[in-house]
Design a protein. Sequence first.
Length: 142
Amino acid sequence: MRNNVSIEVIDLLHQREAEFIRVWECEQKIKEMLPDFPIPPPPDLPSRQKRVKPSAKKPPQSEETPASKASQAIRKLVPGEENAYRLVFLYNNEQQSSFQQDRELVRTLVNVKTTDFTILSVETVSFQDAEHWTTIETLYQA
């Protein structure tokens, strides 16, 4: 620190100490006048508060993308009515379908966009086997 800054800091710390003494004297006078008076605790001083370092610039909150909306559209299966998701997708330019029960997998796959693989729709179904199932609701349609 430069010399003049050091002197200024010392003066300010001395003023601070003098104010603490003044507060203590006020409290002592209150105790003399009203011994049972509950003196509230002093406010938390800024120097005693934990400092939170400002983090690096937060990325701007982006608007919802179509992919994130699609992912959010994949809700949990309704027990007793639905027991699987049916995914209709293009794989190597050929339309195929698959049944899945893992919601997180389906949510991930909806966001995958490649030249070889694209989800066309996601439905909830009541599934007995690969040839016997009933569509309950379409959750996503590309």
